[in-house]
Design a protein around this ligand. Sequence first.
Ligand code: 5GP
Length: 119
Amino acid sequence: MISYDPNNIFAKILRGDISCHKILETDYILAFHDVKPKAKIHALVIPKGAYISSYDFHGNASDQELKGYYQGLNAVLSQLGLCHMTNTKGGYRLISNAGINGGQEVPHFHTHILGGEKI
Ligand code: 5GP
């Protein structure tokens, strides 16, 4: 089992060592725009806790952290106007890469939100 690297880029963003284009911050999450967007809207949602992957987060986070994370993700979907399925702005894709075969670059759990156009 690999251990969490406190010097990964998202840990640095959480500490404020690296800046980001912030969308929303709560007690449990930070959401910001991806630096290399792969869609018109490309947001990243990260938990404040030190978790490597979805497996790590879902297995080891507290109930409060889990709830806080997914409530925060929902708030980001609302804020970005992606939650309405009945108009052309709405709809989105969620992606969470994990590990080498999953193509994960940054070893701090995160969910990509892609939208704003037909993916
Ligand atoms: P992964 O491949 O780990 O699922 O995705 C990591 C994402 O983080 C990539 O889409 C990449 O563009 C984004 N990213 C990497 N470094 C930075 C950064 O310093 N700032 C922001 N906003 N996004 C980053």
